[in-house]
Design a protein around this ligand. Structure first.
Ligand SMILES: *Cc1c(COP(=O)(O)O)cnc(C)c1O
Length: 371
């Protein structure tokens, strides 16, 4: 669905880093990668980390989240979002998805914050998620956050390169976290980055990520730290990806455009996320199959698998996961329907024209077999 897109430039970059002798975590490639990402998204500071999950974990710690606190997040996400909350000792509270975009329902978010505050809960952060590369309604979320006096940490793991009303994701909230895992829009094989305009948050995250080592020669520690920094070799890979990023983004958008044109002719199927792609990074394209389509998402997934083409359901909501079932949730049924009716399709920038045409052909023959 989204395999890594790497070639000669990446090979050269990794060799350059290896031959430079900076093999350990940190080094000049990390510094340059941080500067380039910060500049691209319009943030003052960036801290390169070993994963997006690490970024969420340390971002929450830097906001003071800990045992006894509640962090409000979207139920429609990947488990890493909720795991990071639990790592801090806080409890997640899950909010349902907007029926169109799949992002956190901002109306329900407002109601949830009011209810939790009325119940005397210590809500320490709001953690929205830009699902599949579509930015959440940052205007509404920042307004609610200000109203309730709660900071926003954005899970932008899937949305590097996306925008909200023309402004880059990564420039909203107190801090944002990107993932550069192998399946994301660009990759360092494994890696992530926290971006922020808040110097104190950046310093705290950098400190905690390097074993909370104080700047003295004898290894002095006043906090429990983590080994969460990005390797210099992987940062070089990230810089090569960044140099090719606009082309990779354009390719994902081209697949989105092609899927839109294809499914415009198919009754009972809509492109997930709504009609407007302008600001999305189109990381993954998914469809929603209406109950009246005459075939089920599972049948389509099985049909494509016969041609050795990968597709999957959308994320299973967190409030339905056995491991998170005991936490609070404010849900109606929107995320559950998206999980039941959604199918995520091959969307990677590494797909060749020939491969994409093969996907279209397989889709067409599946639909003909059901007609
Ligand atoms: C991928 C992902 C993460 C985790 O990022 P890693 O770099 O894999 O740790 C977190 N949240 C969401 C929504 C993701 O898709």
């Amino acid at each position: 669905m989204s395999s890594p897109d790497t070639g000669a430039l990446e090979e050269e970059a990794v060799l350059r880093a290896l031959r430079s002798g900076w093999i350990a975590p940190l080094g000049p490639e990390v510094d340059a990668f941080e500067r380039e990402v910060a500049e691209r998204v319009g943030a003052r500071f960036a801290v390169a980390l070993s994963s997006g999950t690490a970024g969420l974990h340390l971002g929450l710690l830097a906001l003071g989240v800990g045992p006894g606190d509640v962090v409000v997040t979207s139920t429609m996400t990947f488990a890493a979002t909720a795991n990071a909350i639990v790592y801090t000792g806080a409890r997640p509270h899950f909010v349902d998805a907007d029926p169109t975009t799949g992002n956190i329902d901002v109306q329900l978010l407002g109601e949830t914050l009011a209810q939790l505050q009325a119940d005397g809960e210590s809500v320490r952060a709001v953690l929205p998620v830009d699902l599949l590369g579509k930015a959440v309604d940052y205007a509404a979320i920042e307004q609610l956050a200000a109203e309730f006096g709660v900071p926003v940490l954005a899970d932008a793991a899937e949305s590097f390169g996306a925008r909200f009303h023309g402004r880059p994701v990564g420039s909203f909230g107190r801090a944002s976290v990107f993932s550069f895992n192998g399946n994301k829009i660009m990759t360092t094989s494994g890696g992530g980055m926290l971006v922020t305009d808040d110097a104190a948050v950046a310093d705290r995250v950098r400190h905690l990520a390097t074993q909370a080592r104080l700047p003295v020669s004898h290894y002095e520690h006043a906090d429990i730290g983590f080994n969460y920094r990005l390797s210099n070799i992987l940062a070089a890979l990230g810089r090569a990806q960044l140099a090719r990023f606009d082309d990779m983004l354009a390719r994902r958008r081209e697949w989105r455009r092609r899927y839109r044109a294809f499914f415009a002719e198919v009754d009972g199927v809509g492109i997930f996320g709504g009609d407007d792609d302008d600001d999305d990074n189109a990381w993954l394209t998914a469809i929603i199959v209406d109950e009246g389509a005459g075939w089920s998402p599972a049948e389509l997934i099985a049909g494509l698998a016969e041609s050795n083409i990968e597709s999957r359901p959308l994320w299973k909501p967190m409030h339905l996961q056995p491991v998170f079932a005991s936490y609070g949730a404010t849900v109606g049924g929107a995320a559950e329907r998206q999980f039941r009716r959604g199918v995520t399709l091959p969307s990677g920038s590494a797909l060749s024209e020939e491969q994409f045409t093969r996907v279209e052909t397989a889709l067409r023959s599946f639909l003909e077999s059901r007609a």
